[in-house]
Design a protein around this ligand. Structure first.
Ligand code: ZN
Length: 239
């Protein structure tokens, strides 16, 4: 059993695998947990649609999680789509761009999310922000790196004149270890929930079911998830 802290945590939940595992991680640790999602004109809103299902399923998994899980907030940030030319908000091919970053990179997206999350955390009395950003898989995204997140924590703390901790439970682990973490926190039931109900596919495909969940099976997000799951299963066999 993990010690439960009296704090309120605000978890950034996109509906993907990473943020869902982070939500379970927070539900295990904090007395009150609220969730926030951002609607920024993603070309497929599937991720946002699975969020409520995920919250319901997590509530059903453990009575104490049901008690701790509080409000959900969805913040619309239209301006982000207006200033972004990216494969996540436009019908652009998903590939590596000239700058070496994938075309799925939305400039400053996570910085903007942190600012809104900080403002919301302030209003809701939350002292922790929990996010599934990770250096291991998405080192191409500079706003997911540990130094960026630490700098944001300092900036928010100063700008709000309030101590805010940004928790990043997945920062140094890979996709296989994220699946393992899900199983460690919530057993086979949580692992199954993550596979069945979270969504990663950039193309919004929920018609094809693989061992690792739904998706087109070919986009970078599906590839990463599929390879991570396979590695997780192989490691478990060897253990
Ligand atoms: Zn896909």
């Amino acid at each position: 059993m993990t010690d439960v802290k009296a704090d309120t945590a605000l978890v950034l939940v996109s509906g993907g695998q990473d943020s869902t595992v982070c939500l379970a991680w927070a539900l295990e640790r904090f007395a009150r947990v609220e969730t926030v999602g951002f609607d920024y004109g993603q070309r497929h809103a599937v991720e946002l649609e699975v969020r409520e299902t995920l919250r319901e399923k997590l509530r059903a998994l453990r009575p104490q999680w049901a008690q701790r899980l509080g409000d959900d907030h969805v913040i619309k940030i239209d301006a982000l789509a207006a200033i972004s030319e990216t494969a996540l908000t436009r019908e652009t091919a998903i590939e590596l761009g000239e700058n070496g970053l994938p075309t799925t990179f939305v400039p400053a997206r996570n910085l903007i999310f942190f600012c809104f999350a900080g403002a919301l955390a302030y209003r809701r009395g939350a002292s922790r922000i929990v996010t599934g950003v990770c250096e291991t898989d998405y080192s191409g995204y500079p706003d997911c790196r540990d130094d960026t997140v630490k700098a944001m924590q300092v900036a928010l703390g100063l700008g709000l004149d309030k101590r805010l901790v940004i928790e990043t439970p997945l920062m140094w682990i890979d996709k296989a270890e994220t699946f393992a973490l899900a199983e460690e926190i919530g057993g086979p039931a949580l692992l199954e929930l993550v596979v069945e109900h979270t969504h990663s596919c950039y193309l919004g495909d929920r018609s094809r079911r693989h061992a690792w969940g739904y998706g087109c099976g070919e986009c970078p997000a599906c590839t990463l998830r599929g390879q991570g799951y396979e590695k997780f299963i192989n490691r478990r066999k060897m253990a």
